[in-house]
Design a protein around this ligand. Structure first.
Ligand code: SAM
Length: 231
């Protein structure tokens, strides 16, 4: 379904958003297909049999779906999201797969993780969670990983320099993808105080403080980037 959501005063991941979420992301995340493909290809390298694969802020389950398709016989999956509409959509997507557990609630309620995980995905989610909790959540995720396991973290960021230009180019991309100026500005207003992107350096510092020894940026386009962090 095409994204024609009229955002309220404060952004919500509600039924309307869940219904068109795939289209919304495709048209709102720059270089979306590469991000998805690389997240999968990089993530696959760290999966160990009989461990958990975790997706935090899973939304409708788009990031974890290819992992479920390939690894459902060897791994269990724990997916967490605090938006009821997203949880419903995600549960429907994986209803036929017994090893997929979708939990509703704030991520920090499910940390530390119940079992050892070899792969944790956090794709465009942490930016919606309180900044003051992020270090603790990343440290708990690190503790829950098996040695050699990894966190794939994709975030919107604030550019260390030329931030205004990045934002301008981002809005241009959204226009090219069929969003009107009003839609772009309405969403921007609605997301204020809901979304808190941080600078690259701040994200990397948190990953290192959590304990990750190897941290590498594997993808970046404008103000969006992704890291692989290995335990
Ligand atoms: C941009 S979406 C994530 C997209 C998804 N990971 C993907 O790759 O398709 C952000 C998600 O984070 C969830 N979220 C926000 N705050 C959360 C919290 N405190 N605990 C768990 N999930 C949260 C939202 O409900 C939303 O579904």
């Amino acid at each position: 379904m095409r994204d024609n959501v009229k955002p309220g005063e404060k952004w919500e991941f509600n039924e309307d958003v869940a219904a068109c979420f795939a289209n919304m992301l495709e048209r709102s995340i720059p270089d979306y297909k590469s991000m998805r493909a690389l997240t999968y290809k990089a993530g696959e390298r760290f999966i160990q049999p009989d461990t958990l694969i975790v997706d935090v802020g899973c939304s409708t389950g788009l990031a974890v779906e290819p992992f479920v398709e390939k690894y459902q016989d060897e791994n269990d999956f724990l997916l967490i999201d605090n938006a009821p509409a997203m949880v419903d959509a995600c549960r429907k997507r994986f209803a036929a797969v017994p090893g997929v557990l979708v939990k509703a609630g704030n991520l920090w309620e499910y940390l530390p993780l119940p079992d050892k995980a070899s792969l944790v995905l956090s794709v465009l989610s942490l930016r919606f969670m309180p900044t003051s909790y992020r270090q603790k959540m990343l440290s708990d995720i690190y503790e829950g990983l098996t040695p050699g396991g990894a966190l794939i973290l994709v975030e919107k960021i604030v550019s260390e320099s030329l931030d205004e230009l990045m934002v301008h180019l981002y809005y241009e991309m959204k226009r090219e993808n069929g969003y009107t100026d009003d839609q772009i500005m309405d969403k921007r207003r609605s997301l204020e105080n809901v979304l808190s992107p941080l600078k690259v350096g701040w994200n990397v510092d948190m990953l290192r403080t959590a304990g990750f020894k190897q941290v590498a940026m594997f993808w970046r386009c404008l103000n969006f980037c992704g890291w692989i962090a290995v335990k």
